[in-house]
Design a protein around this ligand. Sequence first.
Ligand SMILES: [Zn+2]
Length: 186
Amino acid sequence: MFKKFMRKYGYYMVAIALILVVGITAGLTGNDNETKPEISTPTGSTAIEMVCPMNSPEVLKWYSDTDLFYNSTLKQWESHKAVDLSSSVNADVYAVLDGTVTDCSYSYEHGYCITVSHSDGLATTYCSLAQATNIKEGDEVKKGQKIGEASNTASNESLEGNHLHFSVSLNGKSVDPSNYITFENK
Ligand SMILES: [Zn+2]
């Protein structure tokens, strides 16, 4: 019975199997082609050249999303998704890339903050700024343009004195500013 069936339909079975194999292979190749651009997309850490947000700053605290730093102001250990750059009194703070100001805010913890959105999913935030600034939401800013002055308005880091708390996000996720800017501690 089975032999008879195979003799009659065997070729069809083989043909169907071949079509399936070819189809699956083509499907896989097709998927490969679709995912290739994503894989080859650069993570964006090397092609973008930011300027330093301050002139020759000293790094008081580096970025960390895993290691804990001791916050002497709050007397607790915490991660620090930014770099803290020290300044002389009221040192100028510059936009690191062209962009649009998307947020100007004040909070007790972070002081006066400005967030600038750039191309390629990047945004930068500048905190512990002095209050006086002529920058407002919606402003277009140029790379290297002064947007504020570093101060001591962030109460959760007040023992660091006048400084800029500078953070970078890529597609909404915080990343190490050192990926884009070389900070040289003297
Ligand atoms: Zn900080």
